[in-house]
Ligand binder design. Structure first.
Ligand code: GLC
Length: 472
């Protein structure tokens, strides 16, 4: 077996050169436009009814509930009198795996239970509960004709719960709360990206885009109503801001430009929603480990290659058994002889690895991680081009952004290639567009959005409000 040759083949499959990055970005800009049009496209470009940036002077106490993909989090946030400052208390709950493909009722019951438990533990009597506005971060594509509704377009991130797609999730959630006698009313349903955008802008006014690179991958930015043809019938003032949750994970579902590999195709076929989230499936944390696993199994089974020859690889055959932290660990192995990787394979999978196999493993992880970071940059570049941002900050959050080794540097390098920035004069110099660690979007961001919504309703802007009685 010639592993060098295999490495070369993988390099050809997974490497995205500058010209391709630019081509993807060009197509991306058009698709963003298309999503805003009346006909629509693959990228949903969902208006969110978040109609301003925060000033930094928002105040008050709020509840935030965050249903991401991996964890459930409940927070109480106080926006203090000090500019851009906040206090937060929070509890995290692991989202049981079986809930993701279970029954809708079980999901809402679980969420309501977590919220109730949080209130019982943390909530003093200082503020009356029914006066505490709640921001619900529901991080899936949702149509919002109003900020206090969200009709689930489709599940993403491996969720598959019947009876929710096509329905407004707010009454389902409120019903579960009502059954428990919890007198809480939802003020705003938000996406994690919109929360990230608003939370980041609370402390840094250069923030123009909010991104999540985590279990899923997506972004939000502020558009002008006049540039959203699909809202034209509402006659909103053209220069009024409107945050758009792009749902860019759906970019290029038609596979016009994305250089997909046979491994990506396998992932898609085996997912609960084949044909959906083409871009996300190449980037997001849910899939990175799985792409890697598929490569390894393929190279074991392939006649003439047979890595891990003669060994029992049954542990490796289990779908979704390796998450992106497994890849992170490989990329982080500091030793020349990759001894930590060898240990990892042995401890986790019962597989012994030779020197050349370890080289192949490391290179495969690098290729998958690098491709994800470079593709991500296309999305950021596309929004920046569409909006004409020559310089700005991008707030990013999520496990891949925060924990995956070199993700930030690889993304920044790709952005430089796409946007053709000259080399930096020195290391300390900022890039024109910097992707930075965001503030907590689904906690502080949700609270801020609830605050901004209450404020605008008070000022008489009733656009996109379904239940004005809840805002009194
Ligand atoms: C998926 C969801 C999207 C979310 C992203 C990051 O793409 O569809 O709503 O923002 O994951 O969590």
């Amino acid at each position: 077996m010639d592993l060098l040759q295999e490495i070369e083949k993988l390099e050809n499959l997974f490497t995205i050169d500058t010209a391709k990055l630019k081509q993807i970005t060009e197509h991306f800009v058009n698709e963003l436009e298309k999503g805003l049009s009346v006909e629509g496209g693959s990228i949903p470009m969902n208006p969110t009814w978040v109609m301003s940036f925060p000033t930094g002077y928002e105040t008050g106490t709020y509840l935030a509930l965050d249903m991401g993909g991996t964890n459930l989090r409940v927070c109480q946030i106080t926006l203090t009198d000090q500019k851009s400052e906040f206090d937060i208390i929070q509890s995290k709950y692991r989202m049981p795996e079986e809930l993701k493909t279970g029954e809708a009722d079980e999901l809402w019951e679980y969420i309501a239970d977590c919220l109730m438990q949080f209130i019982e533990t943390h909530h003093g009597d200082s503020v009356k509960l029914d006066k505490l506005p709640l921001g619900f971060t529901f991080s899936y594509p949702a149509t919002q004709n109003y900020i206090d509704e969200g009709v689930l377009q489709r599940w993403t991130k491996g969720f598959d719960i019947a009876g929710v797609e096509g329905h407004n999730v707010v009454p389902m959630f409120e019903e579960a709360l009502r059954r428990r006698g919890v007198p809480i009313k939802l003020t705003a349903l938000i996406n994690d990206t919109t929360g990230t955008l608003i939370a980041s802008a609370y402390t840094d006014t250069k923030m123009k885009i909010g991104c999540i690179f985590g279990t899923g991958c997506n972004a939000a930015y502020m558009e002008n109503c006049g540039s959203i043809p699909k809202l034209a019938h509402l006659n909103l003032p053209p220069d009024t801001p409107m945050a758009i949750n792009c749902e860019w994970g759906a970019f290029d579902n038609e596979h016009k430009v994305l250089p997909t590999t046979p491994y990506d195709e396998t992932i898609d076929r085996g997912s609960p929603r084949p044909g959906q989230q083409a871009f996300e499936k190449m980037i997001a944390g849910l899939y990175l480990g799985e792409i890697f696993r598929l490569v390894m199994v393929d190279l074991h089974d392939k006649p003439g290659t047979h890595i891990f020859d003669g060994q029992d690889i049954s542990a490796l055959r289990k779908a979704y058994s390796l998450d992106s932290s497994f890849l992170s660990a490989i990329e982080e192995d500091p030793f020349e002889n990759l001894s930590e990787t060898a240990e990892l394979f042995h401890n986790r999978l019962g597989i012994y690895t030779s020197g050349p196999e370890l080289e192949l493993i490391r290179r495969t992880a690098e290729l998958i991680g690098t491709r994800a970071a470079r593709l991500s940059a296309c999305g950021v570049a596309a929004i920046s081009k569409k909006k004409g941002f020559a310089s700005c900050h991008v707030g990013a959050d999520g496990s891949v952004f925060n924990k995956y080794p070199h993700f930030k540097a690889r993304g920044a390098k790709a952005l430089r290639e796409i946007l053709e920035w000259p080399e930096k004069a020195n290391e300390k110099e900022e890039d024109p567009i910097e992707i930075l660690a965001a503030e907590d979007g689904s906690g502080v961001g949700a609270a801020l959005i609830a605050a901004l919504t209450l404020e605008r309703v008070k000022a008489g802007n009733m656009h996109g409000i379904l239940h004005p009685e809840n805002f009194k």
